[in-house]
Design a protein around this ligand. Structure first.
Ligand SMILES: *Cc1c(COP(=O)(O)O)cnc(C)c1O
Length: 451
């Protein structure tokens, strides 16, 4: 029997992150100031981010060196394993070769520490005392809380209320790492109070929680803001996933015909996909790349590619992205990490350039796929990761129908050990599918800023 597990030695942790931007056939549309509608410069972002991250945000260098102190922390769980899903292949009766990169081996249980650690590091080096952030499902909040603990900084987390109520263990994890956690919308900020005045029982959204965290950072000189997805520097840090996968597939003597990832803000997808998209662009490969998103929050498949705000209270710059409108509050699906109204500008731009395809999956289909995966492979995926599993299974079944053996790689971006309530609800038949909320999205899109 061939191997099912491909492990790299510690010294193969990448020494540089890969930036696909300079290889794209068209440049990224500029980020605009919300007042002047002119492109923002590095100085505009200084109240929120350390300069090292601002420079990465606008970098056109293909490779950016990973600082040694960051690689030292990565060593705790990286390189992460790549598996061949033999038992899943067998269960599906597919001739496809299915591989998954497993990011659930990080201490926080997902890919998020790949960027939390460098973000905390660069802030520490530039003298930041406290980081403020938002979190949906709690994956990002716990990752940043851990990274802040490593580098001796305070961490303030605004947690989307529906997740705060659904996921008490995530909150406990953040607090164990030393973070202070508040349910969002909260009465601590102007943004939160404005939402509560209009919608006293708001379930919250990432857009609202971002407004609260940005407001806190903008008002306090010793506090900066950290975002767990969407921004170029976040996607950049996640490329360790794809870079390691390239080497591990070489060990396996294979190369993906199809690559699948789930998309919330786009970071784990870009992390696994851009090194492969880069090879496609160099003419060295022809991997078909597929992004899978929830049907309840379909920014790539049903959103508009337009300039919009990253947050609900309109404190952020304007970015061109696939958006459902910054005031759209997605239905309370269990894949909390995928409940964001927008999509990373870089991922949106690559979709516009035709460099990958997008499809939407219903919540019940995602959970059915996750349960099937768990029974075959022994890992319970995070509800977000279930979307990637569903996409990979669909591709494998397509191979079966066509009677061809293609190689499929997907990113298993996290485990679901803190999300078991969603599996309890699924097993009890309490989860439901959501139709695309067309009217609400139309209303939110009507409010897009004029650019
Ligand atoms: C945060 C999160 C996501 C969604 O964020 P992306 O930036 O799209 O990766 C998906 N899966 C897991 C496990 C997460 O923690």
């Amino acid at each position: 029997m061939d191997s099912v597990k491909f492990l790299l030695p510690e010294d193969r942790i990448p020494k540089a992150w890969y930036n696909v931007v300079p290889s794209l056939p068209a440049p990224l549309p500029p980020v605009l100031h919300p007042g002047t509608k002119q492109p923002v410069g590095p100085a505009d972002l200084e109240p929120l981010f350390p300069m090292a991250l601002i420079l990465q945000e606008v970098s056109t260098e293909p490779w950016i060196e990973i600082p040694e102190p960051v690689r030292d922390v990565y060593r705790q769980w990286r390189p992460s394993p790549l598996y061949r899903a033999r038992r899943l292949e067998h269960a599906l009766g597919t001739p496809a070769r299915i591989y998954y990169k497993y990011e659930g081996v990080s201490p926080a249980g997902s890919h998020k520490p790949n960027t939390a650690v460098p973000q905390a590091y660069y802030n520490k080096v530039e003298g930041t005392k406290r980081l403020a952030t938002e979190t949906g499902a709690g994956q990002w909040g716990s990752s940043l809380a851990m990274a802040c603990a490593f580098f001796g900084m305070e961490c303030k987390v605004y947690m989307v209320r529906v997740s705060y109520n659904q996921k008490p263990y995530r909150r406990a994890l953040m607090e164990t790492f030393g973070a202070s956690v508040t349910a969002s919308p909260s009465s601590e900020t102007d943004s939160g109070r404005a939402i509560l005045a209009q919608h006293p029982d708001s379930t919250g959204s990432l857009g609202i929680a971002i407004s609260e965290a940005v407001e806190v950072a903008a008002k306090d000189a010793s506090t900066k803001y950290a975002l767990g997805s969407v921004l170029n520097h976040v996607l950049l840090h996640q490329t360790v996933i794809g870079l390691e996968s390239l080497e591990q597939l070489e060990m396996a003597g294979d190369y993906p015909d199809v690559l699948v990832g789930c998309t919330g803000g786009g970071s784990n997808f870009a992390g696994i996909a851009t090194p492969f998209i880069g090879r496609n662009l160099e003419g060295k490969a022809k991997t078909r790349v597929v992004a899978v998103e929830p049907a309840a929050c379909p920014s790539l498949t049903r959103g508009k590619f337009a300039y919009d705000f990253g947050d609900t209270s309109h404190l952020t710059p304007l970015v061109k992205m696939h958006t459902l409108g910054s005031t759209f509050v997605p239905p309370g699906i269990h894949a909390g990490g995928l409940r964001y109204h927008g999509m990373a500008p870089l991922v949106s731009h690559m979709l516009d350039l035709g460099l990958f395809e997008a499809r939407a999956v219903q919540q019940l289909d995602a959970f059915a796929a996750g349960v099937q995966f768990a029974r075959a492979e022994g890992i319970v995926p995070a509800p977000e990761a279930n979307h990637a599993v569903a996409g990979a299974i669909a591709e494998a079944l397509q191979c079966k129908e066509e009677g061809v053996s293609r190689s499929i790689l997907f990113n298993l971006c996290g485990h679901g050990h803190f999300d078991m309530q969603s599996y309890i609800d699924y097993a009890a038949g309490k989860l439901q599918n959501y139709d695309y909320p067309a009217e609400e999205i139309a209303a939110a899109l009507a409010g897009l800023p004029q650019v």
